[in-house]
Design a protein around this ligand. Structure first.
Ligand SMILES: NC(=O)c1ccc[n+]([C@@H]2O[C@H](COP(=O)([O-])OP(=O)(O)OC[C@H]3O[C@@H](n4cnc5c(N)ncnc54)[C@H](OP(=O)(O)O)[C@@H]3O)[C@@H](O)[C@H]2O)c1
Length: 260
C-alpha cells in the first residue's frame, strides 16, 4: 500500500499553462493521476499536455477564465464530462501586481481579488457541488507566505492570500461532512513569469536568500511532495490547514539577533 499513490484519480489544475501550475500537473501525473489542465487559452497548454502524456497519463485541456462566472461553470461541467469526474482540485490560477500601497488602483485591487480569492471560491464551489454527490474530494488552494506575513508592495495580493487561508478553513468546516478535505499549500518565493522582474534584481535576490533559513529561493520540484501528500490518502485526516513550503522564510524575517 502506497498512501501517496494517485492511480485512478483525476485532478483538475487551474492555471496549468506555466509556472507552478504546470509543475503541479506533472507532479500529479507522476504520482499516477490523469489531469484536466486549464488556461485562458487552449494553445498555451500544449507543453503541459505533452509532458503529462509522456508519463503515460491522460491530459484534457479546458479553457477557463476564473474572473468569469460563466467560464467557471462551463469549465467544471466540461471537466466532469471529459474525465468522468474530478477527485482533486488544485486551485492554482492567480496573478499579482506589485506596487506601493499608496499607488494601488481600484482596477489593481479588482484584478487581484477577483482572480485570487473570488475565483478560488467559485471554482471550489462548482467542483464541490459535484464532489458531494460522490462523497469524496480533495481541494488544494494555492496560497503564499503572504497568507501569514505582511510585505510592503503586496497589499492586495496579501489580502487575497490571507483570504485564501481563511476560506480554506471555512470550506473545510463546511464540506468535511461530505468527505471533502480542503487544505492550502502556501509556497515561498519561486521564480516564475509572475515574479520574473524580482529575480532580475540580483541585489534583491541576495537579500531574499539571506533571509531564507534554507538559504535559497524555491526551485522546481520543491512543492511536489507536499502537493501529492495533500492530494492523496496520506493526508486523509487533515483538513482546513495551511502548509507552508517556503524554505522557512515565514518563521522570521530578521537577521540573527546580536548575542553579545
Ligand atoms: N511564484 C511564486 O513565488 C508564488 C509564491 C506563492 C504563491 N504563488 C501562487 O501560485 C500560483 C501560480 O503562480 P505562478 O508563479 O506559477 O504564476 P504564473 O507563472 O504567472 O502562472 C499563473 C497561471 O495562472 C493562470 N491565470 C492567471 N489569471 C487567470 C485567470 N483570470 N483565469 C484563469 N487562469 C489564470 C495563468 O494562465 P493563462 O495566463 O495561461 O491563462 C497561468 O497558468 C498563483 O496563484 C500565485 O499567486 C506563486
Amino acid at each position: 500500500m502506497n498512501p501517496f499513490d494517485l492511480t485512478g484519480k483525476v485532478a483538475l489544475v487551474t492555471g496549468a499553462s506555466r509556472g507552478l501550475g504546470k509543475g503541479f500537473a506533472i507532479a500529479l501525473a507522476k504520482a499516477g493521476a490523469d489531469v484536466v489542465v486549464t488556461s485562458r487559452t487552449r494553445e498555451s497548454l500544449d507543453e503541459t499536455i505533452a509532458e503529462v502524456e509522456s508519463l503515460g497519463r491522460k491530459a484534457w485541456p479546458v479553457v477557463l477564465d476564473v474572473r468569469e462566472q460563466s467560464s467557471i461553470e462551463t469549465c467544471v461541467a466540461e471537466a466532469w464530462e471529459v474525465s468522468g469526474g474530478v477527485d482533486i482540485l488544485v486551485n492554482n490560477a492567480g496573478c499579482n501586481v506589485r506596487k506601493p500601497a499608496l499607488e494601488v488602483t481600484w482596477e489593481d485591487w479588482n484584478l487581484i481579488l477577483e482572480t485570487n480569492l473570488r475565483g478560488v471560491f467559485f471554482v471550489a464551489q462548482a467542483c464541490a457541488r459535484r464532489m458531494v454527490e460522490r462523497g469524496y474530494g480533495r481541494v488544494i488552494n494555492i496560497g503564499s507566505v503572504t497568507c501569514v506575513n505582511g510585505y510592503a508592495g503586496l497589499a492586495p495580493y496579501g489580502a487575497s492570500r490571507g483570504g485564501t487561508k481563511q476560506l480554506t478553513m471555512s470550506l473545510a468546516d463546511d464540506w468535511g461532512p461530505h468527505g471533502i478535505t480542503v487544505n492550502c499549500l502556501a509556497p515561498g518565493w519561486f521564480k516564475t513569469a509572475q515574479n520574473k522582474v524580482m529575480y532580475e534584481d540580483e541585489g534583491w535576490v541576495d537579500y531574499l536568500t539571506d533571509r531564507i533559513p534554507l538559504k535559497r529561493p524555491g526551485a522546481p520540484g520543491d512543492l511536489d511532495g507536499a502537493l501529492v501528500f495533500l492530494a492523496s490518502d496520506a493526508s486523509a485526516y487533515m483538513t482546513g490547514q495551511t502548509l507552508l513550503i517556503d524554505g522557512g522564510i515565514s518563521v522570521g524575517a530578521v537577521r540573527a539577533v546580536p548575542t553579545k
